[in-house]
Design a protein around this ligand. Structure first.
Ligand code: EPU
Length: 463
């Protein structure tokens, strides 16, 4: 594996010198900010490249700790990777290993995605259960049941998912699959697995997220036959082999949304580019509902034009095209400064409110009831030392710090580095006052506070 030395470290910093981010709030931002390639596309497309027995090239790949971790997992499977700028060349022709290492899979849930391509290519995969994380239990029962429907035998033993295909040609068989919930990861796993299966597969109640469409487009560029990605029914006609492709990843809609909120919370006008405005419909609608204007400039840029007063609103997170759970924490930071009461209901993950006690430390007035956060707007936040508990929580704290009076220091930056490329540099360029300093404090990995009741329908179902 040849990777750029600039790639962030994939490992948790618990035993390393950690950095903290110091932010002096109250600056007005201005200018244009560049959005990187989508993290959640990059991770799954990297797994998708394993389907191909030739070399593939991905462009617009963000430089992130999660991408480094996924690279290490692919390298452990025998895949060759070479990075040059934002281009990642992946050659899985020599893939020889069907067993992903626990140390890496436990760091990155998305690495479970390799199960589909491995089964499709080799007829066997051994992947450790990724386990829960700071935002929820995150079982993989829907992935497993779907693979079984495609003819895989699956045994889960001592925390390892051992999946294999019986028969001489070891090929999965096309099937009709209904997902109990439109899981992004399960849709992606099954779409990849079905790409090289024998016959036609239909995934009903499929996830419609833009990253699912991006994966389908990448697979199609490699010769896969996929229809319907972006709707709730995806049909895949299996082919025997995929060929080389050169593919560019879509812009990160969550990073773009985070910058839009940065404009709104600091009452600043910012041009955010490149974006696919259709991917931001729910986020833009909520910004407009609270009085913030967002206007298209050309086809791939949006300008946020703030208002002095932020109106309250209610938000419920939902699968796409609903309001994204990945923007919930950032909007919570924004609504702490609204003129009234707002309610945010988190319906996708059962434990995604780790930012609430930290925002409260900065003077926010938030009460939690079940999976709802009731936010009473306050006139001002005040800078304070806070700890990031997960990726999007860390973004929310940065946003709150930008708006707060005085200095905010954020610990737990390894979360931020998982999913935001050069966030400080980008915000500094817009005029934010922030920098990283080394700290002697050791930060343990997230210590999630169970504040949201379990989601009854989908969690803990037997596989
Ligand atoms: N679920 C199950 N069983 C399954 C799969 C999912 O119960 O087999 C549940 C999950 O526990 C969760 C809900 O279904 O409560 C939704 O999970 P989903 O599978 O849709 O999410 P994911 O694939 O694990 C991806 C993104 C997340 C994003 C969600 C929802 C990647 C690598 N991750 O996760 O991104 O929040 O979709 O849009 O694509 C982030 O970027 O911060 C992040 C967490």
């Amino acid at each position: 594996m040849t990777l750029s030395p600039s790639l962030p470290n994939a490992h948790s910093p618990a035993e390393e010198n950690v950095s903290i981010l110091e932010i002096w709030g109250g600056q007005t931002l201005s200018g244009q900010v560049a959005v990187s390639g989508a993290k959640n596309s990059a991770l799954v497309l990297m797994a998708g490249a394993v389907l191909c027995s030739d070399e593939c090239s991905l462009r617009n790949v963000p430089s992130l700790a999660d991408v480094s971790c996924m690279s290490e997992i692919l390298a452990a499977l025998g895949v060759k990777l070479e990075r040059s700028g934002d281009r990642l060349i992946i050659n899985a022709s020599t893939i020889g290993q069907s067993k992903a290492p626990y140390e890496l899979v436990s760091q990155l849930r998305a690495s479970f995605f390799v199960i589909g391509p491995l089964l499709a290519r080799l007829g066997v995969a051994r992947i450790p259960l990724p386990g829960g994380c700071a935002i929820g239990a995150r079982p993989v029962d829907l992935h497993v049941r779907g693979l079984q429907a495609l003819g895989a035998e699956v045994q889960i033993d001592h925390g390892i998912v051992y999946a294999y295909v019986k028969g001489v040609n070891k090929r999965l068989k096309g099937a009709k699959i209904y997902l109990d919930y439109p899981s992004v990861g399960a849709t992606e796993t099954l779409m990849m697995a079905a790409t090289l299966a024998d016959g036609e597969t239909t995934i009903e109640n499929a996830a419609q997220e833009p990253e699912v469409i991006d994966l389908a487009n990448f697979c199609r560029a490699m010769g896969a036959k996929i229809r319907g990605a972006g709707t709730n029914t995806i049909t895949i006609a299996g082919v025997s082999r995929l060929h080389t492709a050169d593919y560019s990843i879509i812009p990160d809609r969550v990073e773009a949304g985070t910058f839009l909120v940065a404009g709104a919370i600091t009452r600043s006008e910012i041009l955010v580019s490149p974006v696919i405005p259709d991917h931001l419909t729910a986020v833009i609608a909520k910004l407009q509902a609270i009085g913030v204007q967002v206007v298209n400039e050309g086809t791939h840029s949006v300008r946020v034009i703030p208002s002095q007063n932020i109106l309250p609103t209610d938000i419920e997170t939902l699968p796409y095209p609903g309001f994204p759970t990945d923007m919930q924490a950032q909007f919570m930071a924004l609504l702490t400064l609204s003129e009234g009461d707002s309610i945010i209901s988190e319906t996708v993950f059962e434990n995604r409110m780790g930012h609430v006690p930290e925002l409260s430390r900065m003077g926010a007035d938030i009460r939690i009831k079940g999976n709802h956060a009731i936010i009473r707007g306050v006139p001002m936040l005040s800078g304070a030392p806070v700890v990031a508990t997960d990726l999007r929580a860390s973004a929310a704290l940065v946003l709150a710090g930008l708006a707060a009076n005085g200095k905010t220091t954020i610990q737990g930056l390894h979360h931020l580095d998982r999913g935001y490329e050069q966030l400080e540099a980008k915000l500094q360029k817009l005029g934010a006052r922030m920098h990283r300093v080394k700290s002697d404090v050791k930060v343990d990995d997230c210590d999630p506070v169970a504040m949201v009741s379990p989601k009854p329908s989908i969690l803990n179902q037997p596989s």
